[in-house]
Design a protein around this ligand. Sequence first.
Ligand code: HEC
Length: 116
Amino acid sequence: MKRARPFPLTVPFLSVLLPAALLLPAPSADAADRPADARIGGELAQARCTDCHVVAATGGGTDQAPPLPAVAVARSDGELAAFLARPHGAMPPISLTRQEIADLVAYLGTLRPRAP
Ligand code: HEC
């Protein structure tokens, strides 16, 4: 009588999959390949948004564009990300990578008043 082998398929399966996973191409710079970083988002906002928006209490801005702290309170993360992927209306079409959008949304989240 034949005894079942302990790991009939697992070993060959893994030995194929693991090297294959290691050979996958590195994610492109455009992909959100690290967690969103609010600090980097804040620097981006200072550099790219203050021509028009008030970013924090200290930074630049015009009355042509709504202050970003007010925008952050009025909009959800999803709405902010969608808008930044496709700015429209009076906002010019600035081009941002997905990583930049994720960082900006994380930064905008820090502008909302904290729950007590
Ligand atoms: C050249 C000027 C300009 C720059 C630069 C700019 N914006 Fe805007 N933005 C505007 C204007 C004007 C509006 C208002 C659009 C409208 O109401 O139609 C706007 C609207 C927005 C809105 C939507 C507000 C809402 O509640 O609907 C968001 C979010 C936003 N901007 C984020 C940003 C971020 C983040 C940056 C920097 C990465 C940025 N903007 C850079 C001019 C600008």
